[in-house]
Every structure is written in structure tokens, then in C-alpha cells.
Design a protein around this ligand. Structure first.
Ligand SMILES: [Zn+2]
Length: 142
């Protein structure tokens, strides 16, 4: 039995050799695919929506399979890099916002001039802050 599984996994490994496999873009496409599946359950009564969602789901599944088994690694890696250059800053910004919400000791102000985020201690009342980057004044309640 172990031999059987070993043969299957090594056959899979041989088959996948030189192919793209899973990358972050494929995972993201799979998440979109799952969202479409949920929408299909929610909108099951609306016929026009179902037609569009079915087409989208098929196209996405085909795209994911194509990218997983693709041998054009250069192209697929370039696509993934382009996706990450868009996605990573979004993810970091969301993580930063979450961290700032959890921080009760400080208040955060965004400079109107250069968008720098300035951190000041919380609970000091009305204060005037000078942006360390561009020198613009910010008045706020901390
Ligand atoms: Zn500034």
C-alpha cells in the first residue's frame, strides 16, 4: 500500500516537473472562484445571474488549471509578480490599519500634505502636530 502511494506521488511529481503549479495568483483566483460559488448559492433564483456566474466560474477554473499545468514558467512568474506588486501593498496597508486600531496608547494622524502617518500619545486633548516629513501643521484631538 505504501508502495502504491509512493508510486502515485512520484508519478505526480514527474508530471508536475517543469510546470508552474500553485502560486499566489492561483490561490487568489481560487478564492475568487469560491466567492463565485457562494454567490451562486445566494443568487440561485436569478437566472441571468446564474448564467453569468457559471460562465465566470468555468473561465476561472480553466484559467487556474491552465496556470497550474503551464510550462511557460517565465510568463507565469511574470504574471504572479505583477499580481503581487499590486496585492502586497494592499495587504500591508490593511495590516498596518489593523495594528493602529489595536493601539490604544497612541493616536494616528495622516498628514494632508504628504500622507505620512504621524503617531502621537493618546489622551492629551487638542494638540498641534508638525509633520516630521514636510513640516505641515496638523491640529487634532489625541
Ligand atoms: Zn507631511
Amino acid at each position: 500500500m505504501r508502495n502504491f502511494f509512493y508510486r502515485i506521488t512520484s508519478a505526480m511529481a514527474r508530471f508536475m516537473y517543469g510546470r508552474n503549479g500553485t502560486d499566489q495568483l492561483n490561490l487568489a483566483l481560487l478564492v475568487v472562484y469560491l466567492i463565485i460559488c457562494v454567490l451562486q448559492m445566494v443568487l440561485a433564483r436569478i437566472k441571468a445571474a446564474m448564467v453569468i456566474l457559471n460562465l465566470l466560474a468555468i473561465a476561472l477554473a480553466a484559467l487556474v488549471l491552465f496556470r497550474v499545468f503551464s510550462r511557460n514558467l517565465a510568463r507565469r512568474r511574470a504574471e504572479n509578480a505583477r499580481f503581487l506588486s499590486w496585492w502586497t501593498p494592499l495587504k500591508n496597508r490593511a495590516a498596518g490599519a489593523r495594528q493602529r486600531r489595536q493601539d490604544k496608547e497612541h493616536k494616528y494622524f495622516t498628514c494632508d500634505g504628504c500622507k505620512t502617518i504621524c503617531r502621537v500619545p493618546a489622551g492629551k486633548g487638542k494638540i498641534e502636530i508638525t509633520c516630521p516629513k514636510c513640516g505641515r501643521k496638523i491640529i487634532g484631538k489625541s
